[in-house]
Design a protein around this ligand. Structure first.
Ligand code: UD1
Ligand code: UDP
Length: 383
């Protein structure tokens, strides 16, 4: 059985590599790993760390692409790959434009699609934008939906998707996190970033706040509010804020202009995954609009303040390890201050079981794909 796995961005690489590794261990499976390279160097950071060498690299990243540019590039080039590789199945992950356009290309070529991290939903197609539409489009095309949580599975069932095609597997991000933490433990290193300012501020005994921001719907006003809140928090004098800056110029330019000069804010280059996981382990609290970080922080017992108005990951909020706090600078400061100053509030958010999986998602996904293929062969013989 030949499986084409297509991924393009940093989080797709993080969440796909455990599945690629698992499928490659299975007899009779040929995996073709194809990256669109919608991202380039932050994708390469992940691939290098985990030793993932793509069989096909489409080099599609552009400096300032429109969504139409990315969609048409992927549709066209993955279409060519499909014609050449002729896989039995395509796997995509999540809700990026790479995932959506690959699923469409596979549909046009008559190749079945499996969707890793299926069924996440908000109640508005405009948030996150364009990801909410992307994942709904993928769901329509997919014949194997790998739902990370019960809530995600229930979303799919509510959309009248055949229950026999939905598999509750947990999120592969937890597999990835376990794998990287095992590497760190084996190397006996914490792998904190090599940054003198950060080291000095931490040596002063300051509490570490880890921040990330990149969502398209936060560009402009949202990013400005996040930066105002960061400055106010950093002015407390007892914290250091580390912010690995997303390389998208719509994020990096305003963030560097607003925060570059603050003595207690460390603007870092995007961190390698091992370094980022080390920072997650070391920090006090996390402020983020990232999807993946919302899933990883609770697994390490770190309270997450979600810098968005909606989340497709309600499990963390319901479990009590995440709070959806929006983009009002005053509210962001208040919520962070409460966690920093009130041990009871902190304890209530940090001692919660991670709701996103047990680290066996990749194995369950591989089992499901192989047993589905056996079922299809048996039906074909029976016919
Ligand atoms: C993309 C995904 C988003 C995902 C995010 C993860 C879409 C539409 N967006 O957003 O769902 O949450 O990735 O990070 O699919 N760049 C570099 N170097 C890199 C990577 C990016 O310079 O290594 C710059 C380039 O200018 C590139 C831009 O950042 O064009 C990234 O743009 P794009 O892929 O459109 O969207 P993201 O905002 O990264
Ligand atoms: N991450 C990383 N380095 C960083 C910031 C994030 O390795 O400097 C990892 C993080 O651990 C998570 C993933 O990247 O697994 C999240 O990516 P991002 O926030 O870009 O995308 P999203 O998850 O929102 O789609």
């Amino acid at each position: 059985m030949k499986i084409l796995v297509v991924f393009g961005t940093r989080p797709e690489a993080i969440k796909c590599f455990p599945v690629i590794e698992e499928l490659r261990r299975r007899p009779g499976v040929e995996v073709v790993a194809c990256t669109t390279a919608q991202h380039r160097h932050i994708l390469d950071q992940v691939m290098e760390l985990v030793g993932l060498v793509p069989d096909i690299d489409l080099h599609l990243m552009r400096e300032k692409p429109t969504l139409t540019d990315i969609t048409t590039d992927v549709l066209h080039r993955v279409g060519e790959v499909l014609a050449e590789v002729r896989p039995d199945r395509v796997l995509v992950q999540g809700d990026t434009t790479t995932a959506m356009a690959t699923a469409m290309a596979a549909f046009y070529h008559g190749v079945p699609v499996g969707h890793i991290e299926a069924g996440l939903r908000t109640d508005t197609i405009l948030s996150p934008w364009p990801e909410e539409a992307n994942r709904r489009i993928v769901s329509v095309i997919t014949d194997m939906h790998f739902a990370p949580t019960r809530a995600a599975r229930d979303n799919l069932l509510r959309e009248n998707i055949d229950p026999a095609s939905v598999y509750l597997t947990g999120n592969t991000v937890i597999d990835a996190l376990h794998s990287v933490r095992a590497r760190l433990a084996a190397a006996k290193t914490s792998s904190l970033p090599d940054n003198a300012k950060l080291r000095d501020l931490l040596d002063q005994g300051r509490k570490l706040i880890l921040m990330t921001a990149h969502r398209r719907e936060n560009w402009g006003e949202g990013i400005d509010a996040i930066c105002r809140a960061a400055r106010q928090l950093a002015d407390r004098g007892d914290v250091v804020i580390a912010l690995p800056v997303h390389p998208n110029p719509r994020v990096s330019v305003p963030v560097r202009a607003a925060l570059g000069d603050h003595p207690a804010i460390c603007l870092l280059e995007p961190l390698g995954y091992a370094e980022f996981v080390s920072m997650l382990g070391r920090c006090e609290i996390v402020l983020t609009d990232s999807g993946g970080v919302q899933e990883e922080a609770p697994a390490l017992g770190k309270p997450v303040l979600v810098l968005r108005d909606t989340t497709e990951r309600p499990e963390g909020v319901e479990a009590g390890c995440a709070r959806l706090i929006g983009l009002d600078a005053r509210r962001i400061v208040e919520e962070a201050t409460r966690l920093l100053d009130d041990p009871e509030a902190y304890g209530a958010m940090s001692h919660v079981a991670n709701p996103y999986g047990d680290g066996t998602a990749a194995r369950q996904i591989a089992d499901a794909i192989l047993s589905n293929a056996r079922g299809q062969r048996a039906r074909a013989v029976g016919a």
